[in-house]
Unconditional design. Structure first.
Lengths: 319, 322
């Protein structure tokens, strides 16, 4: 290449791509310099189409009830009328969203943290403490990913209410836990197959020399887990954690099944779904409530986007 | 709270077990680390799954029905699922979802992945398209129900001030009397599908985008030297090279579509001919007291998911050992 081509900014994706040789970076520079204006336009249209609905909700949530109910949200730009009353009502009135938000947090935090520990322990033992049958156990846990939640809903509900019996023999006493606990316990159980799979992928690839050296130094198996494996696994743990957080926070099915109709046991998703079912009543609360429910996972997602993408790609794409 | 207690217990166990040395250490470690996960998986997945399969062969109706009144009925629930008119139309509708959503979501995701590849600063565009993935099905349904708000008419039949974006657009484009979108079948199911596509396309875009980037640059350059450009390049080089990923993405989205519940529940509660498999299963089990039939639907769902997941796993294995 005899022409000097100025290097242009490359994309801001995580550095998973191989570093480019000078020849290929020139090719890329040429491609980028002459990027099609049409493709940019098409992307722009798609992006607008994708973002407009969410923007509509946001704009509407700031409009007074009368305006929001009678005119479209685009009128906001012609006849602006701003109010924070909706958000105030939704947050502070009784029947508002504070309790469901607290419930959602009370459900999501245990359901994210506890599987991390349980799955990493199991993954470590399967990967590094070899024993007869470890392959079989791993394969079974992995295969359990196939079972949809729907298969377990009714039996689990019965289990939480009545315990487990075989005939007249009680294997498991009735636990008497409240809806919130039932929900996060169920989520924990259901996330284990995927969690063990993801963490095992990562933990099995840790350098053997590190663990060998620790063994030689006399560290116990549990010590190695606590001091070496766990700290080194933080990227995989972060990826799983954000997956799990989003999944549990956004879930409706498990929340409805085990939370029932008791409003004090409802997380925010169930509450919104409930609200939207009441035709006409409190519709001015729906916008801000919905937006609050959406903004929290959105913030978490944006902050940890890199780990989320990394987790998605782990095992989905070669390299 | 619960998490604090859990971690405390864990630390204590680790402390105590750390003292053990010698021959017992290995089995003890295995026990401590493996048992909780295995037991929970058993209680939460294996046993309930078997229970549901058994239930699908019974005539159980109410959740709290006494065992004395429940007896086996063979394949009657499955027969019902495929012969009852309402159940059959639900299954057919689910099939429509399964065909349309993955294809459109993958198409959009692929298109955006390719197009943003040529942009100077694709970061913001990609993030905005990926954003709906973080929004719950309920939240997305809420957002889109504002778009789909029914048209408003004055007393004389003329169109009044609209609250729904779709209604506004339709009327501006000349449609004199658009229907109430969400309660008009069969149009409403396509509107609901749009919501799922909106959520899933970002996922397709990210994974396919990474796959496209992983195509070695020299292959692309060689093809370009041979004269292949734009669409030809796309068709003859890029698509075949990401074929495995395309299939994995498509099957993953298909599995998610099979389980779709949130959107159907929030928008219409399955009414107005919008019911799908996973939603009807829920209604059978928890609303209309037809637990046996609901269990059969769950098993049908399970049977549909298994080949898809198996295919995914085989593809991933193939990719790894390449």
């Amino acid at each position: 290449m005899s022409i000097e081509i100025p290097s242009l900014a490359t994309s801001d994706e995580p550095a998973d791509v191989n570093p480019m040789t000078p020849a290929t970076s020139n090719v890329k520079a040429v491609r980028t310099a002459f990027s099609h204006p049409i493709s940019t336009l098409v992307v722009l249209l798609i992006v607008i189409f994708w973002t407009v609905p969410t923007a509509g909700l946001l704009v509407n949530s700031f409009r007074p009830k009368v305006d929001a109910n009678t005119t479209g949200w685009w009128e906001f730009f012609a006849h602006p009328s701003l109010t924070f009353q909706n958000y105030h009502d939704v947050l502070f009135n009784s029947g508002g969203t504070v309790l469901p938000l607290v419930n959602s947090i009370a459900i999501t935090i245990p359901a994210t943290i506890i599987p991390i520990f349980l799955a990493s322990m199991a993954a470590y033992v399967i990967a590094w403490v070899r024993f007869k049958g470890s392959d079989f156990i791993f394969f079974t846990i992995f295969a359990l990913q196939v079972v949809p939640i729907q298969m377990a809903l009714v039996p689990l509900q019965r289990f939480w209410s009545h315990g487990a019996h075989l005939g007249s023999v009680t294997i498991f006493p009735e636990l008497g836990v409240n809806g919130i606990t039932e929900i996060w316990l169920t989520h924990t159980m259901f996330s284990l197959p995927l969690a063990v799979f993801l963490l095992h992928n990562f933990i099995a690839a840790l350098p053997e020399s590190l663990i060998e050296a620790a063994r030689v130094d006399g560290a116990s198996y549990l010590d190695i887990f606590r001091r070496i494996v766990l700290p080194l696994s933080t990227p995989a743990i972060a990826s799983f954690a954000i997956f799990q957080f989003l999944w549990v926070w956004n879930d409706l099915l498990v929340a409805k099944t085990f939370g029932g109709i008791d409003p004090s046991q409802q997380p925010i998703t169930a509450r919104i779904q409930n609200l939207s079912g009441n035709f006409g009543a409190h519709t001015e609360l729906l916008g801000p409530a919905g937006f609050i429910a959406i903004i929290i996972p959105l913030i978490v997602f944006l902050a940890l986007q890199r780990f989320f993408v990394r987790g998605l790609l782990a095992g989905s794409v070669k390299g | 709270m619960a998490v604090g207690g859990f971690i405390a217990i864990l630390l204590i166990i680790f402390l105590v077990a750390g003292r053990v040395t010698g021959k017992l250490q290995r089995p003890l470690t295995i026990l401590i680390c493996l048992v909780p996960a295995v037991v929970l998986a058993l209680i939460g997945l294996v046993i309930p799954a078997i229970d549901t399969i058994v239930t699908s062969f019974t005539n159980q109706q109410a959740l709290t029905q006494l065992p004395a009144y429940i007896h086996g009925v063979g394949l009657k629930n499955y027969g019902y699922a495929f012969t009852d008119p309402e159940s059959r139309s639900t299954l057919i509708r689910t099939l429509q979802w399964l065909i349309i959503v993955p294809i459109v979501a993958v198409a959009v995701g692929l298109a955006v992945a390719l197009l943003t590849d040529r942009m100077k600063r694709p970061g913001l565009a990609k993030t905005l398209i990926f954003l709906p993935t973080a929004i719950s099905g309920v939240g997305a349904s809420l957002i889109w129900s504002y778009v789909y708000n029914a048209p408003v008419y004055n007393n004389d039949g003329s169109a009044g001030a609209q609250t729904g974006l779709l209604s506004q657009l339709a009327i501006k484009l000349g449609w004199k009397h658009p229907p109430a979108w969400l309660i008009t079948s069969p149009g409403n199911i396509y509107l609901e599908m749009m919501i799922l596509i909106w959520i899933q396309a970002g996922f397709a875009m990210v994974v396919l985008g990474a796959a496209l980037k992983a195509i070695p640059e020299d292959i692309l350059e060689a093809a370009r030297m041979d004269g292949a450009n734009g669409f030809t390049l796309f068709r003859t080089v890029q698509i075949p090279m990401i074929r495995n990923t395309l299939v994995v993405v498509a099957t993953t989205i298909t599995i998610a579509t099979l389980k779709i519940f949130d959107i159907v529940q929030t928008i219409n509660n399955g009414n107005f001919n919008t019911d799908v498999l996973a939603h009807k299963m829920y209604t059978d089990m928890f609303v209309t007291n037809q637990v046996g039939r609901g269990a059969a639907l769950a098993v049908i769902l399970f049977l549909c998911v298994v080949p898809l997941v198996a295919y995914n796993v085989v593809q991933l294995r193939k990719d790894r050992t390449r």
